[in-house]
Design a protein around this ligand. Sequence first.
Ligand SMILES: [Zn+2]
Length: 687
Amino acid sequence: MAGVAIPDRTLKFLPLRSFINSDFWHKYAEIKIDIDRLDDSGRPIYGTLALNSGKCTMLEVACSSFNAKYHDESQQGFRCKGILLNHNTLEYFKSCDKNMILRNQAVQFYHDLMKQESIQSSADLVCFVLLSFADLKTYKFFHWFAFPVPTELTYRHDDEQPILSNLNENLKITISQFLYQKPMPNEPFFIYHAIKGIKLLPDYIKHHNTDANFRDENMEHIYFCYYDPTSVTNSVPVSWHLRQMLTYLVITSPVLAEQGVKFIRVTGSTPAELQLSLMTIYLPKHVTDANDLKSWAGWESDGNGKYLPRVTSLNDSMAPESIAGNAVDLNLKLMKWRLIPTLNLAAIKQVKCLLLGAGTLGCNVARSLMAWGVTNITILDCGKVSISNPIRQTLYRFDDALNGGRPKATTASERLLDINPAAKIVGVDLKIPMPGHPIGQRLAETKEILNKLERLIKENDIIYLLTDSRESRWLPTMLGAFYNKTIINAALGFDSYLVMRHGKNEDNNIDAKTVVGSCPAGFRKIDSCDLGCYFCNDIVAPGNSMKDRTLDQQCTVTRPAVSNMAAALAVELMVSLIQHGNAPAYYRIPKSDPFCREQEPEGLLGIIPHSIRGNIATLQSMITATERYRNCVACSSSVLERYACNKEDFIINVINGTESLETVAGLNNIMSSIVDGNETKVKHCSI
Ligand SMILES: [Zn+2]
């Protein structure tokens, strides 16, 4: 021990500075949205005490700071542990008691440290707190670093002393061999023992019987070494991280209290740059518990020396498309924070949708799909934008109707890309072949169209039937049933709408949860594979519905906003279905106990009906469920088998009217049996 009088010079410290790589906030934005959500209990992070960092010691954080096991080759320096405390509101971030936060975190840090037998590495003694508020809507991050130290502990020091030349040479070689190993040891603090050479702090400092630490050591031989990353030649003021190590010594080593201890400052990031200087530092009184230290400091000052939080905006470093994509995701992911934590957004995002029809329904369905984060949309139509369209068909403008009108499908796809450039949108200008609309001489062309339509249906997961006639829905209904696709059908009346899903067999591709629970009393359950299609209620095959019709009968004459309602329901029904795969539908048995209060089983987003029939004149909607009809002209096994055998020839025959769907489906026989009064066909109930 130095037996001289303690000098009255107080040791001064040069504050640490922080450096935040922009990828740090990008990564944290993901973590906050997907994992932490509203959890503000604190997230452990890593930082790097950078080597050779100029005039002050720098602590860096990057996206790798969030790794469970921190190892980042690109970060040269000592790996330290800290905590990210993110507050959920800017108000709280601003108004919270910073002194209390710092003290609580520091006390907790030393308590956690002292619970271990000893430290794992001396970089564990560098402690930092990052307080933040992440405004994920504007990509602004308010943050404030702190490197806590107790203000009550002050240290005195003597002058820097030259290291005796014989010691110096030995010391340089020994330290050089230790420090510049590859990889560099994670030891910004270590001990040089004049006889035993390099030692680590845990060799001398244990946490369970602190009185024994250094008790039997000859302190003449012991030099505490600290790596100082700054390139400043004079060692005073010393780097802030040494202050954190000195706090540790005060708590763990009562033997050293009020004693002078030799410290060697080590600088240089390569052996050639290695510099050593010696100083004796006099420690204050021993402190048994960090909790006894009431006042802590260490908040980082801004560039102007003011103690204020800083703001980082990522907007400038992000492409506008990527900001838009993230913003869409954010709005959706916020639903998972409180309302529906188990909502499977990934399943919605990856779904491929084919929209047949780019009219009022097609435009509105496409918009709502995008709002749900669906980015893979193919929109098909054969029409051109007419002057009456833009007012209701929300993707078109007046200009699109000029000069004969632009093709609807490609125009709609361009507009959808204007809305979200990151989406994958395809417009297909194609007329769906229809029963009762003979092809005449256009056989080759029709075959090509059939191939294209079949391929589109095979490639997509969800098929939306949004055309304006009944017969245009037949072929996609039949093909969708054949390829077992999810079909959502929306049709409009003057003041009414029908939105339904078609029946679908089990498939193993969708990782979805089925609706839990057995069929409640008073209800009947229809499994997805037994649900009917749009044509299941009909006992006539589709024909040319445009023939002999006046203008008001040919166009979809509806109250203008009915389409918006039906389109919205069509999309929401799909989203519910995606969450639960082939969910069954339920209907209340009409003659069941009227006082029965049992409710229809619900999925994540509520009930998943088979069909919704709404009327805005009465402001009512009925949830109906219909079983698959064995003689259906579109989805019955006899029709599907006929298609399997004859493929496009069958379709062409149906279109040309040379093959009767009624006959194939066996409807003719039924018709005659109805005339005979034998058929009872009650399949349709509602709740
Ligand atoms: Zn059917």
